[in-house]
Design a protein around this ligand. Structure first.
Ligand code: NAD
Ligand code: DAU
Length: 362
């Protein structure tokens, strides 16, 4: 099989390529990646002699068409992926996530190539804290941020191209991933590397927002299950029963690294910050027999911390610029949002942004 992997120099894509080379050695992998600030060629060093790397943009229709013409299947990871960046500047999200997906869909349509679309649980919006209920494949789309709305848009393009043009596509929507090679802008690597640098971790709002953590290798094995055995036109939710609030994650990181559990700061909340994500992965388990291997989040977190401790040369070049950008954003958010040491103040519930479903019925 000749497999095109877009975004293979990013966090999940690079781990997918490593796994594919190790567990599907018969597959010929071509990576297409624009090497944006989030892409890192070094993430592919361990498999460099086993894959082909093309430096290019998914919005480049001619390039994409040529690569897809010589592929049997495509897994499309490439995206602008960070919510905070999408709030500062939505345009790259519209461009890459929507136009990029469009150019891939036109090419797989022209060449009848199998397509798998990587998406996120954030297309469903959020759930209330402390209430039952999880996202299923039937949950209505209700994205909150520029990032998640462009991912939702791309999902809808895939569904429309499947129905209208008969392309052979599947989709998967996964919850928050953790593991090696994740950019230090993201929550878990940011806090691990802060603590390694002697800097206090930063919790948005009151730290009670919940994410449904899954190890990146479990996500990628699920992607392979869908690629090999998924029903064409179908969507599969991917999650590993990993619901944990942000404060607990930070306290665990501090504890594992031998610090006091309260050595963190609360900072300005993210505008529109989704409260809770939770995945019901029944379809994936029942239809495709997928099971997560990382069922102990704390053990997976310890391994991830070990990876960042051992691979400073990988993350160090990105760290200062990432923290400078966060500091500038924090300064721009006004004096009422100063950094507050944990325990020094009573923390009110984080601000809620009015959402459509909270308007009175009419
Ligand atoms: P990432 O930001 O780490 O990597 C994105 C990669 O895409 C980078 O290598 C970047 O260079 C590349 N890229 C960006 N724009 C491009 C363009 N125009 N052309 C070609 N390449 C381009 O992202 P990630 O966290 O690995 O996420 C990968 C995919 O998984 C995304 O589609 C994201 O929406 C989805 N997803 C992520 C998570 C998560 O927790 N990180 C969870 C669910 C779904
Ligand atoms: O749910 C899947 C999504 O998970 C993916 O689609 C996105 O690509 C991925 O980035 C992730 O989105 P989040 O916004 O949930 O991830 P992030 O790592 O940015 O933040 C995780 C939580 O931690 C969130 O509630 C915000 C909070 N946070 C984040 C940072 C960077 C903090 O409290 N402090 C921080 O410094």
């Amino acid at each position: 099989m000749r497999l095109l992997v877009t975004g293979g120099a990013g966090f999940i894509g690079a781990n997918f390529v490593h796994q594919t080379v190790a567990e599907h050695p018969e597959v010929h992998v071509t990576v297409l990646d624009a090497l944006t600030y989030a892409g890192n060629r070094a993430s592919l060093d361990p498999v460099a002699d086993r894959i082909e790397f093309v430096h290019g943009d998914v919005t480049d229709a001619a390039l994409v068409d040529g690569l897809i013409a010589r592929s049997d299947a495509v897994v499309h990871f490439a995206a602008e992926s960070h919510n905070d960046n999408s709030l500062a500047d939505p345009w790259p999200f519209v461009h890459t996530n929507i136009i990029g997906t469009y150019s891939l869909l036109q090419a797989v349509r022209a060449h009848d190539v199998r397509y798998h679309h990587i998406s996120t649980d954030e297309v469903y919006g959020d759930l209330e804290l402390g209430e039952p209920g999880r996202f299923t494949e039937d949950t209505a789309y209700n994205p909150s941020s520029p990032y998640s709305s462009t991912k939702a848009s791309s999902d809808l393009l895939v569904r429309a191209w499947t129905r209208s043009f008969g392309i052979r596509a599947t989709l998967s929507n996964c919850s928050n991933n953790y593991g090696p090679y994740q950019h230090v802008e993201k929550f878990i690597p940011r806090q691990i590397t802060n603590v390694l640098d002697g800097v206090r971790p930063k919790l948005y709002g009151n730290g009670l927002n919940v994410r449904d953590w899954i190890h990146v290798d479990d996500h990628n094995r699920a992607v392979w299950a869908v690629l090999e055995r998924g029903r064409i036109g179908e969507t599969y939710l991917i999650g590993a029963d990993g619901e944990t609030d942000n404060r607990t994650v930070v306290e665990s990181i501090l504890e594992i690294l031998g610090r006091d559990r309260d050595e963190f700061d609360f900072v300005t909340d993210r505008p529109g910050h989704d409260l809770r994500y939770a995945i019901d992965p029944s379809r994936l388990r029942d239809e495709l027999g997928w099971r997560p291997r990382y069922v102990d989040f704390r053990a997976g977190l310890e391994a991830t911390i070990g990876w960042y401790r051992d691979n400073e040369q990988w993350w160090r070049p990105q760290k200062a610029a990432t923290e400078a950008a966060y500091a500038a954003a924090e300064r721009g958010s006004g004096p009422e949002h100063r950094v507050r040491p944990a325990g020094s103040v009573r923390v009110p519930p984080g601000p809620r942004v009015a959402r459509f479903r909270e308007y009175p019925a009419h």
